[in-house]
Design a protein around this ligand. Structure first.
Ligand code: ME8
Length: 514
């Protein structure tokens, strides 16, 4: 029976943007990858066959420029920076299945093959381009978009470029792209509308090659030109799967979710589908556009000089507090301001006080009142209703919020249960029951332990190390890998008589001076 349902498992292909290897990663990069990881883990938890892709964008001119400024050869420069992104994936405890670098030959080959395919289709022609190129965006921008002569996203003065270029017939796809957008490719709604309005204004053919560059992927039929970096970068989503014949491509394409930041919506929601349409490749199912992490309202970014490195936070407090903070504090899809004070507040409040104390108090009572053995449950009273009803409905609530990619709402829901459990301890006063009503004490403590089991299963996609740690303390003999969504939907799975193993507090409080 189990085998059969496994073979019918649905697949879920999720990607993040690939980061420019022009500098070290910052908190904004970490944010996107953490959110993607939680979504990937949630889908695995639900029993789906997930493929989670991330990587680095290495053929950009901004990488060449940064290498020049650093006085390092471009290849070595992108190698070093790409390694920092790979290391960050480890530090963030990402569960990605592949990391693609666009300097890899598997990627170059597919980029050239797609470019040739668009050319054969008659969608690429040679012309002449004159315009303002912003190296921050790696894109031409119009006069209208400039503010005081600068690109508003990067505060950079663009370069005036006049050169021969190959063009892609983007305008030809306007009607089809508009239809696709109106059918709901892009979420949230505000991001969809932004793009729909721009597409309605009209699409112009796109310059898709640059002449006389030393760095990048050569146009397959004209070695004087390099493929425009955005075209090559977008192709990572299929090159990593081994388009056209690779097993992974057959199994996982099309993308179920491209997760990207708002500055690159246009490239993903307009240019990418047009390339796929031209190449005759199935279209992605969903693009979700998240907001920016900001500091005092300004986007965190290397070029704006306010980049925050996530590493010290991970080294100091472990990875889960920063994972939790970013996903809980920022409304998914909107911008969110980052500050150390807000991080400490969430850490001490939600993690140390609410979750840490709930585990600690419950396990302490199991040790004290039941010699470390989980007591049997039993008859439920009216006083249990609020907690137990909420606990029994948790899986449905989370399923709904995660289906809507409402990550912060999902965490809010889990914390609602944690807070109800803490209140339940206050209201049911186990220390008094210990003196007079042992049977009722057993039931109360069992309910708390069972709620902890549900909590650890439900936080597992978001803060997986904490979930593992909790399981080791609550039910040391069971393996978390084997638990799935069905276990979250069931009440009473924790066996009476299980020996707990109380450990040190999950989240030691951060003192103010620190
Ligand atoms: O755009 N807050 O690379 P990138 C949240 N190479 N997200 C942020 C952010 C912030 N402060 N700053 C950046 C690129 N991001 C291209 C992508 S995909 C085929 C090519 C997000 O290093 C940004 O929006 O500038 C993007 O989704 C990702 O981090 C990589 O940004």
């Amino acid at each position: 029976m189990k085998k059969e349902s496994k073979s019918r498992r649905s697949k879920f292909y999720i990607t993040t943007a690939i980061d420019y290897a022009n500098a070290s990663p910052h908190m904004g990069h970490a944010y996107e990858k953490i959110c993607a990881d939680a979504i990937a883990r949630w889908h695995r938890f639900k029993g789906e066959d997930v493929f989670f892709l991330t990587g680095t964008d290495e053929n950009a001119q901004k990488n060449v420029q940064a290498a020049g400024e650093a006085g390092v050869e471009v290849e070595k420069f992108v190698d070093d920076n790409s390694r920092k992104f790979i290391n960050l994936c480890g530090a963030l405890n990402l569960s990605h299945d592949d990391f693609i670098r666009t300097t890899e030959s598997r990627h170059k080959e597919v980029s050239q093959a797609i470019f040739a395919k668009l050319y054969e289709k008659g969608d690429i022609y040679k012309g002449f381009y004159e315009g303002h190129y912003c190296e921050g965006c790696e894109a031409f921008i119009t006069e209208k978009e400039l503010i005081k002569g600068e690109c508003p996203e990067h505060n950079l003065k663009p370069k005036l470029i006049k050169e021969e270029s190959y063009f892609f017939k983007l305008a030809k796809y306007q009607k089809d792209i508009l239809k696709l957008l109106e059918e709901g490719l892009v979420e949230p709604e505000t991001r969809k509308n932004e793009i729909v309005n721009r597409v309605r204004d009209g699409l112009k053919d796109l310059s898709v090659s640059r002449k006389n560059l030393d760095w990048g992927i050569a146009v397959p039929f004209d070695s004087d030109h390099k493929i425009y970096v955005w075209i090559d970068a977008l192709i990572n989503y299929i090159s990593a799967l081994g388009w056209p014949d690779g097993e992974k491509f057959k199994k996982y394409w099309p993308t179920d979710l491209h997760l990207i930041g708002k500055g690159i919506n246009w490239f993903h929601s307009v240019i990418w589908p047009a390339i796929l349409m031209s190449a005759g490749i199935e279209l992605p199912k969903k693009i979700f556009v998240h907001g920016y992490l900001t500091i005092e309202g300004r986007k965190i970014s290397k070029s704006l000089g306010n980049a925050v490195d996530p590493t010290p936070f991970i080294e100091e407090y472990g990875v889960d507090p920063i994972r939790y903070f970013l996903m809980r504090d920022v409304s998914f899809g909107q911008d969110g301001d980052f500050s150390r004070e807000a991080f400490i507040q969430r850490y001490n409040g939600d993690l140390a006080n609410d979750l840490g104390n709930l585990l600690n108090r419950t396990l302490t009572m199991i040790e004290k009142y039941f010699k470390g053995l989980i007591p049997p449950g039993g008859e439920e009273l009216g006083a249990d209703e609020d907690l137990l009803n909420f606990a029994r409905g948790l899986h449905k609530k989370l399923d709904t919020s995660m289906a809507g990619l409402d990550i912060n709402r999902s965490l809010e829901t889990i914390w609602e249960l944690i807070n109800k459990a803490n209140k339940y301890i206050e209201d049911s006063k186990p220390w008094e029951l210990f003196k007079g009503d042992k049977r009722r004490l057993e039931v109360v403590i069992y309910n708390l332990a069972e709620v902890l089991r549900l909590v650890l299963l439900s936080i597992r996609s978001f803060i997986p190390k904490t979930a593992e740690n909790m399981l080791k303390q609550l039910d040391p003999s069971s393996a978390i890998e084997q638990a799935g969504f069905d276990d979250l939907a069931a009440w009473g799975k924790l066996k009476a008589g299980t020996k707990i193993s109380k450990g040190s507090p999950l989240f030691p409080r951060i003192q103010k001076e620190q």
